[in-house]
Design a protein around this ligand. Structure first.
Ligand code: SF4
Length: 112
């Protein structure tokens, strides 16, 4: 994960995908991939729509994003202050409280 964060920080873009990404696909056999369940696909679709609304442009699988300072600042501000868009994907996520705590701490321990 540190290596992935370092590559993203160096300017390598992140590509939007459906289902398991390159990290998860390498760690989980297909039968164990919870990210390919219907509930997760629905959450991913909400996240895609919310991110597009925050950025003010359409997004689709295959698009690439540079997770630079401006992007992170925009998305983190929305996450903290715009519950309609910033937290739209999150309501049924098991990590809700963890992500809320990270945001409340100003993302201090985030790797990017
Ligand atoms: S709570 Fe965190 S992990 Fe869950 S959908 Fe929201 S941002 Fe993603």
């Amino acid at each position: 994960m540190d290596g992935v964060a370092a590559r993203l920080a160096s300017g390598v873009p992140a590509r939007l995908v459906t289902g398991a990404d390159d990290i998860c696909a390498g760690l989980c056999p297909p039968a164990e991939r919870h990210c390919e369940r219907e509930s997760v696909s629905a959450r991913d679709e909400r996240a895609l729509a919310a991110a597009a609304a925050i950025l003010g442009r359409p997004l689709a699988p295959g698009d690439e994003l540079h997770l630079d300072r401006a992007y992170l600042s925009t998305m983190r501000a929305a996450f903290r202050t715009d519950s309609a868009a910033g937290r739209a994907p999150c309501f049924d996520c098991r990590w809700f409280d963890t992500c809320t705590d990270i945001a409340a701490g100003g993302f201090e321990e985030a790797r990017l």
